[in-house]
Design a protein around this ligand. Structure first.
Ligand code: G3P
Ligand code: CA
Length: 272
């Protein structure tokens, strides 16, 4: 399963791919994560208007695509990603914004060459494309299922993801996580084998170990301010892995790695 492909102790997980040197959640960011030695990567799954599974972080398209300058889409603000069909989404340029905004100053400092033509050509990937890469390169992926804000009980996205994992034969290279724990319960109902990571941002679920056991979770994914070395030790002793996010400070990353945690970072090229 997912963790069988990773070191027993700490490991590096590239957050949205190597997003400090390539546009996040693109095939290029995925390739760079692998090239620079990350042990695995984390990415975000959403659904298009016509029900296709796509790799994209935000609810809206403005920050990481050229939708605002695309003539046909100007009337469609705020450009909700779930209001666009796959065909429309694939018309967008999901790379050039990275050169313009230089979110990690890696263009300015020369780490990324602006003449890198492949950056400009990046598209929003399909889940299927990144799973094909996963299989071909044996590069494990943590799929974070974004909360699609559907009514409670609507877990269609999970059913579709699970079908695709079966079809692409990638179930044993994937860890599913989500802030919407209802999705994780659904995944567990559909498969006893899939690895599951419980995401937490502001507070731990009450009775944490009991909670993780109830879900047969493999891992706990606390935001870094919720995570300390005692928590990692306690959970590891109870049989759970801990992957914490987002750690961009090297000293902190090293301490977490020594304690046996997975470190989800924007800088895999510096930490691997
Ligand atoms: O999976 C951990 C982390 O990616 C969750 O936050 O906003 O970066 O998707 P976000
Ligand atoms: Ca994420």
């Amino acid at each position: 399963m997912f963790f069988d492909h990773l070191p027993q102790d700490g490991f590096i997980c590239a957050h949205r791919g190597a997003r400090s040197i390539a546009p996040e959640n693109t095939l290029l960011a995925l390739e760079k994560a692998k090239e620079y030695g990350a042990d695995c990567w984390e990415t975000d799954v959403r659904m298009s208007q016509d029900g296709e599974l796509i790799i994209f972080h935000d609810e809206t398209l403005g920050r990481t695509t050229n939708v605002a300058t695309h003539k046909a889409f100007q009337e469609r603000q705020p450009w909700q990603s779930d209001q666009f069909t796959l065909k429309e989404l694939r018309e967008l340029d999901a790379g050039s914004w990275f050169l313009r905004d230089d979110p990690f100053d890696t263009v300015a400092n020369g780490e990324v060459k602006p003449e890198e033509e492949r950056i400009k050509g990046q598209k929003i990937p399909l889940l299927r494309e990144i799973l094909d890469y996963t299989k071909q390169h044996c590069f494990p992926v943590n799929l974070e299922i974004k909360d699609l804000k559907t009514p409670p009980g609507d877990v269609t996205v999970v059913d579709r993801i699970m079908e695709m994992l079966q079809e692409t034969e990638t179930l044993d290279h994937v860890l599913l996580s989500s802030f919407r724990h209802e999705y994780l319960y659904r995944a567990r109902t559909l498969s006893q084998k899939i690895d599951i990571g419980v995401l937490a941002e502001h507070e731990h679920p009450p009775n944490l170990i009991h909670y993780l056991n109830k879900l047969s979770a493999t891992a706990y994914h606390p935001e870094v301010s919720l995570c300390d070395l005692n928590l990692i030790t306690r959970l590891r002793q109870a049989g759970f892995r801990v992957n914490t996010w987002t750690i961009n400070n090297k000293t902190r990353a090293e301490a977490m790695l020594r304690a046996g945690a997975g470190v989800i970072t924007d800088w895999p090229q510096r930490f691997s």
